[in-house]
Structure formats: structure tokens, C-alpha cells
Ligand binder design. Structure first.
Ligand SMILES: Cc1cc2nc3c(=O)[nH]c(=O)nc-3n(C[C@H](O)[C@H](O)[C@H](O)COP(=O)(O)OP(=O)(O)OC[C@H]3O[C@@H](n4cnc5c(N)ncnc54)[C@H](O)[C@@H]3O)c2cc1C
Length: 394
């Protein structure tokens, strides 16, 4: 028996998972294979979010790519680690792989069908096709409702963990690798941010590129973009030059903000954007000192609900009341990181049921990187992709 938050938690081999997306399905299969009786709630097919269209589980809502596959990439390393921990979804993804091994690109329909069948065929998993409106009171509750969590359930979650602990990040700026920046072109401020004051001509050129850039199609539900701070930079360039020059790019200055302690990545402040990836490359690389900018993450816009994990969760993705929050909602980003959270939480549930304090994953692994990331205090916590910057040397 373990104690937390003054309460005694009794070991139980039952678990309730809300949401049969990537994280929920991985977690359900992990627990079921370890002898747990799992109740899995899924709101489809009665309720579809605006990004979901397929009634099957583990739907890939946008790209059909689970990302880079080679082991010398951060995502590839995470895939390898997940497979080592018997990831059910990645095993299935490998069976649906259509690519040339540089990327894990899957047949999305087959992938969802196969995951759904494995879950349906597992005698330890009871499926309840119903929308959950309130957090049930039960042991080993795992919330995996994804970045489009909404409605009454969202309101109840806000009540439970505090409305200010949930963010609706609707736009993200690009992140570029530090080694690709020519720092000699920049000034450094006291926070270690890199500053590039633009000349009038450079600013005008930037505006021209922003205004004429091709934007990408909306995928799914978008937030209300009425707040000027959240509006994509290209829209600001079209509608409010004064705001762009004085506020968004304070005094026509490009600011690169350090993303991590290792100073291996910078976000381009204020560049929340809906411009295509090619367009983002052209615009950023046209700036002095950024001619060779390598993108770790592109800017984008979509509704993305996530908890302020460093204030809410421990390294096992559980709150002080022992409710687990996994998937994109927990502050990781992209398909494979989302799947890895199902592995992390299931391992904690299993070990706690054995009366143990759960082990952390080994230092130097990408999975451990996520355990550390979601518990590192940050003023601007936002969902993170697999990246070598997450890894501390063992
Ligand atoms: C529009 C959009 C596009 C994205 N594109 C990509 C991409 O191309 N590549 C990438 O790597 N990542 C992408 N992401 C990010 C992320 O990887 C995916 O959102 C991923 O599917 C998240 O997995 P999840 O398991 O956390 O949530 P989801 O896959 O969204 O699963 C959540 C499940 O919970 C169910 N559910 C929700 N609420 C309830 C409820 N109250 N009761 C019962 N069931 C409920 C939903 O129906 C759904 O099946 C995208 C995100 C969004 C929003």
C-alpha cells in the first residue's frame, strides 16, 4: 500500500480509461496484458470531435505518419524504446507500415481496425461506447481524452484540477535548433534570449513574405482566434502593422527564446503561424543569422487542450489524487510521444498495484526525458515532441 496526499491507496487490479485514442488504447492493452480488468470508455460513434471521423479506436487524426523511424533520430529512438516495453500500438503500426523505413507511415484505416480488434478480442477489456460527462470516482482512473477534450467533461476536469491548470494552446511558434543559428548576428539579453533588431528594409521584406505566404488547411476544430496575442503572425501582418512592429515583434526585433536548459533549441517568439512548412522555412531563413535554420517543430494553429503538468502531475503522469492524465492532454506532442505516455502510466499502475513505488525509466532514454519534462517547472509549459534536448546524460 502506498500513501499520497494523506490518503492510503489500496492496490487494485481494476482500471478505468476514458478515451480510446492512441494513449488510451496503448494503456488499456498494457494493463490488460498484465492481468488488469480494464473498463474503456469511448464516445465514438455517438460523438465525434471535429478532427475525428473514423468510428474505430486509435484514430490518426491528421497525418498517417508516426514520424521518423531511424534510431539516430529522436522519434526513432522513442519508437525503439516503446517497442522494448512491448508497445502494442507500435507493434501494430509496424504491421501496417507502408514506407521505406525512414518514416513509420502507416495505412491509417488498417491500423485503427487492427487496434480496435485487439481491444475487442481482449477478454480483460470491457468497452463502453458512451461519452463520459463527469470524472467517475474509481481507482486507477486514467484520462486519455486528447487535445480536443471538451463539453461537460472538460468543465468537470477543470473543476477537479483547477481551471487555471488547463491551457487551450491554439497556436505554436516554430522551434529551431541552436546549432543552426549564426549567433554572431544576434545580441544576447540577460535571460540568454537572442535578439535581432530588423532594419526598416528587413522588416518590410518580412511583412511582404508573411502577407503573400501560403497557409495550410484547417484540420478539425480551431479555437476562437479573437485574441490578438493568439492570431497567426501572417494575419497580424495583413491587418495590424502597428501591433506587429510594436508588440508582436517588439520594436521590430526578432527574439529567439531558449527552449531548454541544454540551450539546444530556440523558439521564434511571436511567430505563431498557419503558414505551410515550406513557407515557414523560406521566411525564417530569409532573416539574418537564420539562413541555415533547422526546424525542430513548425509553427501551427489548432485547439490543443493540455494540463499545466509541472504543477499538476508527478513523473508517472498521475495527480496528487492518483488520477492519471495521459496522451496529448498531459503535455506531450505527436503520435509516438502520446503512445509512450500509455506505457509510462500503465507501468506505474501495475507497480503501485504490487505495493511498490514505481521506478523511473532509465536516464538517457527519451521516455525518461518526457517524465522529466512534464515535471520541470516552466513559465510557458507547452506540449513537447521527442527531441534529443529532453535527454540528460546518464
Ligand atoms: C487537429 C489535430 C491534428 C493533429 N495532427 C497530428 C499529426 O499529424 N501528427 C502527430 O504526430 N500529431 C498530431 N496531432 C497531435 C496528437 O498526436 C494527436 O492529437 C493524437 O491523436 C493525440 O492522442 P490522444 O490519445 O491523446 O488523443 P486522441 O487520439 O484525440 O484520443 C482521444 C479519444 O478520447 C475520446 N473522447 C474524448 N472525450 C471523451 C469523453 N468525454 N468520453 C469518452 N470518450 C472521449 C475521443 O473520441 C478519442 O477517441 C494532432 C492534433 C490535432 C488536434
Amino acid at each position: 500500500m502506498e500513501q499520497a496526499n494523506g490518503k492510503v491507496f489500496v492496490a487494485s487490479k481494476k482500471a478505468t480509461i476514458i478515451g480510446a485514442g492512441l494513449a488510451g488504447c496503448e494503456c488499456a492493452l498494457q494493463l490488460a496484458h498484465n492481468g488488469f480488468e480494464v473498463t474503456l470508455y469511448e464516445q465514438k460513434p455517438a460523438v465525434f470531435s471535429t478532427a475525428h471521423t473514423n468510428p474505430n479506436f486509435a484514430e490518426l487524426v491528421c497525418s498517417n505518419s508516426l514520424g521518423r523511424y531511424e534510431e539516430n533520430t529522436a522519434n526513432g529512438m522513442l519508437i525503439k524504446e516503446c517497442l522494448k516495453y512491448n508497445s502494442h500500438l507500435l507493434r501494430i503500426a509496424q504491421k501496417c507500415d507502408m514506407s521505406n523505413k525512414t518514416h513509420l507511415n502507416v495505412d491509417r484505416t488498417r491500423f485503427s481496425e487492427m487496434v480496435t480488434k485487439e481491444i475487442e478480442d481482449n477478454p480483460n477489456i470491457e468497452i463502453i461506447l458512451s461519452s463520459v460527462d463527469r470524472l467517475p470516482r474509481c481507482e486507477n482512473l486514467i484520462v486519455a481524452t486528447g487535445p480536443l477534450t471538451g463539453g461537460a467533461f472538460y468543465d468537470d476536469l477543470c473543476k477537479k484540477i483547477g481551471a487555471d491548470m488547463i491551457a487551450l494552446s491554439d497556436a505554436t511558434s516554430p522551434i529551431i535548433s541552436a546549432e543552426s543559428v549564426d549567433k554572431s548576428a544576434f545580441q544576447v539579453d540577460t535571460n540568454g534570449d537572442l535578439l535581432l533588431p530588423l532594419t526598416d528594409v528587413e522588416f518590410e521584406d518580412l511583412v511582404k513574405m508573411l502577407v503573400s505566404a501560403r497557409t495550410i488547411e484547417h484540420h478539425g476544430e480551431l479555437p476562437d482566434l479573437g485574441i490578438i496575442q493568439c492570431i497567426p503572425i501572417e494575419n497580424v501582418a495583413k491587418t495590424d502593422i502597428g501591433h506587429l512592429q510594436n508588440v508582436r515583434l517588439a520594436n521590430k526585433t526578432i527574439r529567439l527564446r531558449c527552449e531548454n536548459l541544454g540551450q539546444s533549441a530556440y523558439s521564434v517568439v511571436g511567430f505563431m503561424t498557419h503558414i505551410s512548412q515550406g513557407g515557414q522555412r523560406s521566411i525564417i531563413r530569409a532573416l539574418r543569422g537564420l539562413e541555415n535554420a533547422k526546424f525542430i517543430r513548425y509553427g501551427r494553429v489548432h485547439r490543443n487542450t493540455f494540463v499545466n503538468a509541472p504543477k499538476v502531475m508527478d513523473k508517472h503522469f498521475s495527480t496528487k489524487d492518483r488520477m492519471y492524465i495521459i496522451g496529448q492532454l498531459s503535455g506531450v506532442d505527436c503520435y509516438v510521444p502520446v503512445i509512450s505516455t500509455g506505457i509510462i502510466a500503465s507501468r506505474a499502475v501495475i507497480e503501485r498495484a504490487q505495493g511498490k513505488t514505481p521506478d523511473l525509466f532509465a536516464q538517457g532514454t527519451m521516455i525518461r526525458g518526457f517524465q522529466d519534462y512534464i515535471t520541470t517547472p516552466s513559465q510557458n509549459f507547452s506540449p513537447m515532441v521527442a527531441d534529443f534536448a529532453l535527454i540528460k546524460k546518464a
